[in-house]
Design a binder for this molecule. Structure first.
Ligand code: ASP
Length: 581
């Protein structure tokens, strides 16, 4: 007997009258006084089996033993359902299989959770991921992920990009995270770092004349796990020689639009809007704004100069945003908490409630100020005052909070670019200049001198791609002259010896005929999660880690035997603590 003539989701009236074999999992089993109904499921859907003791006494005996998730093989005749029992909600709802032979292929122990159960603890789902994977949600997500990657490959291949494999085990690649290190038995005391990205290798591919490189590259970064972050993830990593920024953005827009089309979704219009970093921060308080709602931040520094309200008077920057709602006292207290979480000391506001203005600060404000802040009845003006960075952060945080709480976001898919990032920022720990993204980003034309002379005012040729407030990826035009690269390392406080010790291979390569080049990396899991409407990338990854950094399924990370440590030349300072989850 064959395993299956049809998939479980494919039975249709066309097949009526045929003898068919179906195999799959028991989705549900209902016993109606001897007549047993089984919904047999595979990833395509379910077909109803009817086991009638009058038709097959042996099958009826077998059916008694069936429990959820048993694997079955059933042979019988596909029959049109009685019109009264047709289920219009199911693609297979007009037919059922009247079973002649039934085999329990594989049994299941009692289940830790039912597949359709709501509110199951996620760690439990991940511990039994093979069950979770049988749900429609996980099946759809993993298949969507595959479809996205196939589409990306088609686009990249079509544009003449060459897929090159670069090493995972390498030297530290600076992408702003910690490295995962790998000890080496043949060289105890020495460690590889797992690549945070193929960044330097892809640049070497350009210097090597490859012209257009891409890879669906796995990257490893030791940083705290969040909704959009895992220790390991994949990115569409690409690099192009002899290009300007716009050439790279063009390729990415094509990748995105093709993926939307491949999935049958309305593609976002091109070109995606460009927003400068300075503008993004001033108007939305973040470099990855969600543009599906307005709530734009406005500046009030000028108008509050010499204000009667001391907090405004003394502040370097005063800004506000106007929310479309007259908040109650309790709501304002909650908003103040949010503002404090983002670094504010308090929250000043003006509530326009009907004809009335509710606010403890209104009496200190001049006519000019009140005119500038005037809003429609049924709204609230929220202020932040202080240094520019804090003000941006606080209002940016409030904006996101309000966007979510008041459900302001439209249903659109909004893509945009953020460009003209600063090249350097001050590292809070060391007080040194450090790179914003990675140290290989080129300054914008005309700012080369500033790398050494005025780093704080050097702008870079870095760009980010944002989708509905998620950073999908980043890229830049790179430095292709060894002297400029040296300058960047020096500005970061590295001596030439230190720079050579870490990056001699890159500096040597840049000195041997490096073409101008630039590239990008787009997070695959972020892209798929957004496509799937999932709030966490874990839901689109087959076997992800939980936020403690553990894998509930295998129990990794796990201690290794002393013998293995000895071989690697490693002695533990402390006993490993017990598993955190
Ligand atoms: N290497 C960068 C990253 O992984 C992307 C790039 O600059 O191309 O984020």
């Amino acid at each position: 007997m064959t395993w299956r003539d049809l998939m479980c989701g494919d039975a249709r009236p066309d097949h009526v009258g045929r003898e068919l074999t179906l195999s799959g999992w028991t989705d549900t089993r209902r016993d109606h006084g001897g007549l047993v109904f089984v919904d047999l499921r595979d990833h395509t859907g379910v077909t109803q089996l009817v086991v009638n003791p009058e038709r097959s006494p042996t099958a009826a005996e077998t059916a008694k033993e069936i429990r959820n998730e048993f694997v079955l093989r059933a042979r019988g005749e596909l029959v049109a359902r009685d019109p009264a029992t047709v289920n219009a909600a199911m693609p297979t709802g007009e037919v059922e299989l009247h079973v002649d032979e039934l085999e329990i292929v594989s049994r299941s122990t009692p289940l830790p959770f039912q597949l359709d159960e709501e509110g199951v603890d996620e760690t439990l789902r991940l511990r039994y991921r093979w069950l979770d994977m049988r749900t429609r949600r996980m099946q759809a997500n993993l298949r969507l992920s595959h479809a996205v990657i196939s589409s990306i490959r088609r686009t990249m291949d079509g544009l003449g990009f060459v897929d090159v494999w670069t090493p995972s085990m390498t030297r530290g690649t600076p992408e702003g995270a910690r490295d995962f290190v790998v000890p080496v038995r043949l060289q105890p005391g020495r460690f590889f770092a797992l690549a945070q990205s193929p960044q330097i290798f892809k640049q070497l591919c350009m210097i090597g004349g490859l012209d257009r490189y891409y890879q669906i590259a796995t990257c490893w970064r030791d940083e705290d796990l969040r909704a959009d972050r895992q220790f390991e993830f994949r990115q569409l990593d690409l690099e192009m020689a002899f290009v300007e920024r716009e050439d790279v953005l063009d390729v990415l827009e094509e990748v995105v639009v093709d993926a939307f089309s491949a999935l049958g979704r309305a593609a976002p219009p091109r070109p995606f809007p460009r927003l400068t970093y300075a503008d993004a921060l001033a108007r939305y308080g973040t470099d990855k704004p969600d543009l599906r709602y307005g709530l734009e931040i406005q500046d009030a520094t000028e108008v509050t100069r010499g204000s009667g309200f001391g907090v405004f008077r003394g502040a370097e920057t005063v800004r506000f945003l106007t929310a479309p709602r007259a908040f109650s006292r309790t709501e304002l207290e909650r908003l103040e908490e949010v503002a404090r979480e983002w670094g504010a000391k308090g929250l000043a506001y003006l509530v326009y409630d009907g004809d009335e203005v509710r606010s403890p600060i209104a009496k200190f404000l001049s006519e000019k100020e009140l005119t500038a802040f005037r809003a429609e009845p049924g709204s609230t003006v929220l202020f932040a005052a202080g240094d520019e960075a804090t003000v941006a952060r606080v209002l940016g945080g409030l904006r996101i909070h309000l966007g979510r709480e008041l459900e302001l976001a439209s249903d659109d898919d909004l893509f945009h670019w953020v460009v003209d990032f600063p090249l350097f920022e001050i590292d809070d720990d060391s007080g040194n200049w450090t790179f914003l993204h990675h140290p290989f980003t080129a300054p914008i034309a005309g700012h080369e001198e500033r790398v050494a002379g005025d780093p704080g005012n050097a702008l870079s040729q870095h760009y980010d791609l944002i989708w509905n407030g998620w950073e999908l990826g980043s890229g830049s035009i790179r430095i292709h002259r060894a002297e400029v690269q040296q300058d960047v390392f020096r500005t970061m406080g590295m001596t030439d010896e230190e720079a050579r010790a870490k990056f001699a291979f890159l500096l040597d390569a840049l000195a041997m005929g490096a073409p101008p080049h630039g590239g990008f990396a787009m997070g695959i899991e972020r892209f798929v999660a957004l496509m799937a409407g999932e709030p966490n990338i874990r839901q689109v990854i087959a076997f992800p880690k939980v936020s403690s950094g553990s894998d509930p399924l295998t129990g990794a990370p796990a201690p290794v035997p002393d013998e293995q440590l000895r071989e690697l030349g490693i002695r533990l300072v402390d006993e490993p603590p017990r598993q955190p989850h």
